[in-house]
Ligand binder design. Structure first.
Ligand code: FES
Length: 110
């Protein structure tokens, strides 16, 4: 059993409950992209390098998340719509600790 459950609210307010594999070295942005929860081309613009903020999401569950690395902090310092619970999806690896994680995608930056 290597899947975890995630609750992801998309940019138009629809809740998606998805199973994400912990053994495929995926991050949250890739899961959102893989399940096509947002229109193609509107997430993962930088390829997961913490350089675009297209994968920004608000973490609404009480999970103990890994500390942000410098790149993630720097990108969120420049991005729009940033809240205290903002994280970059591409910097959150899918691990068993994230089981039950709830996130809401931030609005698209135009
Ligand atoms: Fe660009 Fe996450 S995909 S910052």
């Amino acid at each position: 059993m290597s899947d975890i459950k995630l609750k992801i609210t998309d940019r138009v307010g629809n809740l998606h409950e998805v199973d994400a594999p912990t053994d495929m070295a995926m991050n949250l942005m890739e899961v959102i992209k893989g399940f096509e929860l947002v229109p193609e081309g509107t997430i993962g613009t930088c390829g997961g390098m913490a350089m675009c903020a297209s994968c920004q999401c608000y973490v609404t569950s009480e999970h103990d998340l890994p500390e942000m690395e410098y790149d993630e902090k720097a990108m969120l310092a420049e991005a729009f719509h940033v809240e205290d619970n903002s994280r970059l999806g591409c910097q959150l690896n899918i691990t068993p600790e994230l089981d039950g994680l709830e996130v809401t995608l931030a609005p698209e930056e135009l």
